[in-house]
Write a protein of this length. Structure first.
Ligand code: THU
Length: 136
């Protein structure tokens, strides 16, 4: 992890905060936003979308990534993840696996902390992610 308060990271974190305002989180009250920058330089934002059947809920990171992939932009260069509470919000395990599918191992996940913007590589967050390795 490195602290990286670059203008690009600050802009992405800001876009993630905008997205968090749209979160549908009546059950947890925990609003999360994400902003994914694709390798071809487009930003897709997403928020968490909960459901009365809790397990059907979708995290902010996955919303952003699925929007990008479904629009034909499947390689994510960088993603910022924030919560409305200003808390450090590292991606859950399922989201790490999803991110690892669409990010190169050195691509960065930007998180807010007391010290500033933390940049983790997806490989730091999820080493040895699951791959089918040619078994299909
Ligand atoms: N949440 C996210 O959106 N991203 C994460 O990586 C962690 C959790 C959401 C899911 C749920 O709507 C709320 O935060 C509380 O768990």
């Amino acid at each position: 992890m490195i602290i990286d308060n670059s203008e690009e990271n600050k802009r992405l974190a800001g876009q993630a905060h905008e997205a968090a305002r749209l979160a549908y989180a009546p059950y947890s009250g925990f609003k999360v936003g994400a902003a994914a920058l694709t390798q071809d330089n487009i930003v897709y934002t997403g928020c968490n979308v909960e459901n009365a059947s809790y397990g059907a809920s979708n995290c902010a990171e996955r919303t952003a990534v699925f929007k990008a992939v479904s629009e034909g932009h499947a390689r994510i260069a960088k993603i910022a993840v924030v919560s409305e509470h200003g808390a450090f919000t590292p991606p859950c395990g399922i989201c790490r696996q999803i991110l690892s599918e669409f990010m190169d191992s050195g691509a960065q996940v930007i998180l807010e902390s007391e010290e500033g913007l933390c940049a983790y590589t997806i490989d730091e967050l999820l080493p040895h992610h699951f791959e089918l390795n040619g078994h299909v």
